[in-house]
Design a protein around this ligand. Structure first.
Ligand SMILES: [Zn+2]
Length: 386
């Protein structure tokens, strides 16, 4: 198994190297030892080199969050119409101190109603709320009004927000005339204004980490991830807009609808440049962001991240994205402790270690649940401190 994986990766490496070699001088493809000396043994690949840390420091793993948590970016491992799915998820939630999950695999119409009914009929009715989704494809004249009407109906049926709007919106969704659908297309204005009137949050994921839009070479921080997942490679400008063009388009959308409550998934992919997100928060009072899948960026700048979380404590929400119960404790540990140089859970996100931010309790409480309760008043107060 390990060997076959290694062979596969080796051939991917060779492929990527030969692809990159076409537009880069070959010298840049070689790892540099830094001393002017060549290694006496063949250097290991980044997959094989896993040095054991010899650092001895206190370690405080956190299996259970210090305060109850609302996860605003949750994709259930199956429809919540299944009692088995509900029971399995709740068992994991209880051990992690996740109090409420926001189903951001939004569904609409009958599928939405079925899930709401199933949760209501279960012994766990207070533990889940539902988002709806929007049909943001094949947009033409009149689409906006139709989507807005569906949104209104779904909210009447019990949806408490919109999301997750996926990265396809911006990256690949089209208008009926075949052109790329711009996120700030005026046809969709009635949708965003309806959400504003209904005072419901919109969880929106735009683009992907900036490195996914760059060539796969040995200076790319996400080289391994890009080598593993073909559908994350967005560097071909004939097929995809540039990262900054998507960000500019997203920002125009947000600024055009200042009364709409926007929640940027993954800190808007600005976790590697928190000052940039801070300037957006300063400019846009109705903007929020959640921390799903970017822990590696917080954990490598614990001091700057701590300051940022304190400054913007009213704008940040907890979200995880993929539901892997054993991964949540890494978030608790980064947020709650001042531990140093500990492992992260996914080597293709980050080849570095994490450090704890040691957030004050008051900030933890806002990020874990208070801000979510404010944005989604329909969440039951049961199980949260007063
Ligand atoms: Zn998601």
């Amino acid at each position: 198994m390990h060997r076959r994986f290694a062979v596969l990766v080796t051939s991917i490496v060779a492929l990527a190297a030969s692809a990159a070699a076409q537009d880069r001088p070959p010298g840049q493809l070689r790892p540099r030892p830094g001393t002017g000396r060549e290694p006496e043994f063949p250097p290991p690949s980044i997959l094989d080199y896993k040095p054991r840390s010899t650092l001895v420091v206190p370690a405080h793993p956190v299996p259970r969050a210090k305060f109850p948590v609302v996860d605003i970016h949750f994709h259930p491992p199956g429809a919540l119409t299944s009692a088995d799915v509900i029971n399995r998820v709740v068992a994991a939630m209880d051990s992690l101190n996740l109090r409420v999950m926001v189903n951001s695999s939004g569904s609409s119409g009958e599928r939405l109603t079925q899930q709401i009914e199933a949760v209501k009929a279960s012994p766990h009715k207070d533990r889940f709320v539902m988002f709806t989704n929007l049909g943001l494809r094949d947009i033409g004249p009149g689409s906006g009004a139709g989507i807005a009407a569906q949104l209104e109906a779904d909210v009447k049926a019990g949806a408490v927000g919109v999301g997750e709007i996926g990265k396809g919106f911006g990256l690949s969704a089209r208008r009926t005339d075949g052109t790329r659908l711009k996120m700030d297309d005026p046809e969709l204005d009635p949708v965003w204004e309806t959400a504003a009137r209904l005072k419901i949050p919109i969880l929106i994921h735009t683009a992907d980490p900036a490195e996914f839009f760059q060539p796969i070479d040995y200076t790319n921080e996400r080289w391994l991830e890009l080598a593993l997942f073909p559908d994350r490679r967005h560097y071909d400008r004939t097929r995809f807009p540039a990262f900054e063009d998507l960000m500019a388009e997203r920002d125009r959308l947000l600024e055009r609808h200042p009364r709409t409550i926007w929640v940027l998934a993954h800190l808007g992919w600005h976790a590697n440049d928190l000052a940039r997100l801070g300037r957006m928060f300063d400019r846009m009072p109705n903007l929020y962001a959640e921390v799903g899948a970017i822990l590696y960026d917080l954990g490598r700048q614990p001091r700057a991240a701590r300051e940022f979380f304190i400054k913007y404590q009213d704008r940040l929400l907890f979200g995880k994205d993929s539901f892997q119960p054993d991964e949540y404790p890494y978030f608790w540990r980064v947020f709650e402790t001042e531990d140093e140089y500990f492992d992260y859970y996914r080597d293709y996100h980050a080849f570095w270690k994490l450090y704890g931010m040691g957030l004050p309790d008051a900030v933890l409480q806002k990020v874990y649940y208070k801000n979510a309760l404010k944005l989604i008043p329909a969440i039951s107060r049961e199980g949260f401190p007063n």
